[in-house]
Design a protein around this ligand. Structure first.
Ligand SMILES: [Zn+2]
Length: 192
């Protein structure tokens, strides 16, 4: 029997989301309700399942995404998901507490824009991230680097704050260019 989520995923068309929608900061999930109301919690978990299904898809005109934000899918909540060590991980109300001033210029694209050509943006080498896990527990992770999905996290957290890669383009000339393996990967141009 088809599930509602299958219909939702079929209906998804990133281009239909206007730039205006993508530039609107999202609401935090109400963690008090998340812990106390089974109904509210179920709504949030259904949303996360929808994001999970999206992360597992491969689009005809876009390779399988590595990260997804509420903003990408027209979801009102500040939730992000990303692939890390062959698993999909989700963070509720993610907030970057600190970012290193040192960083690299990466080449990136975005599932919501599917730009013809990847653009260059600056990413911090390390970030400290606060978020709530799926049990509603507050977590702080420090020094998340690019190999811990640090660049993808910065991309997705930006989305939920209403910031897109097209707002952050840097003109810097590349020194060493690595081939892009896959869109939405944040490929460092000057490897650290
Ligand atoms: Zn994006």
């Amino acid at each position: 029997m088809p599930r509602i989520i299958d219909y939702l995923v079929q209906e998804y068309d990133a281009e239909e989301f206007s730039r205006e929608t993508l530039h609107r900061p999202l609401f935090d999930v109400n963690m008090r309700l998340f812990r106390s109301s089974p109904f509210y919690r179920q709504l949030v978990m259904d949303t996360i399942n929808y994001m999970d299904a999206h992360l597992n898809m491969t689009f005809e005109d876009y390779p399988a995404p590595r990260g997804v934000s509420g903003a990408n899918l027209g979801i009102p909540w500040n939730i992000i998901g990303f692939k890390h060590q062959n698993k999909n991980k989700f963070c509720i109300n993610p907030r970057i507490l600190n970012r290193s001033t040192e960083g690299v210029v990466t080449e990136t694209n975005c599932g919501s824009f599917r730009l013809e050509k990847a653009v260059k943006v600056f990413r911090s080498d390390y970030i400290d991230l606060e978020y709530y896990d799926l049990k509603g527990q507050r977590i702080i992770e420090k020094n998340i680097g690019r190999y811990q999905a640090g660049f993808v996290i910065q991309h997705e957290v930006d989305h939920n704050c209403g910031v897109c890669i097209t707002d952050k383009i840097v003109k810097e000339q590349s020194v060493v260019q690595e081939p892009m393996e896959q869109l939405d990967r944040e490929v460092p141009i000057s490897p650290v």
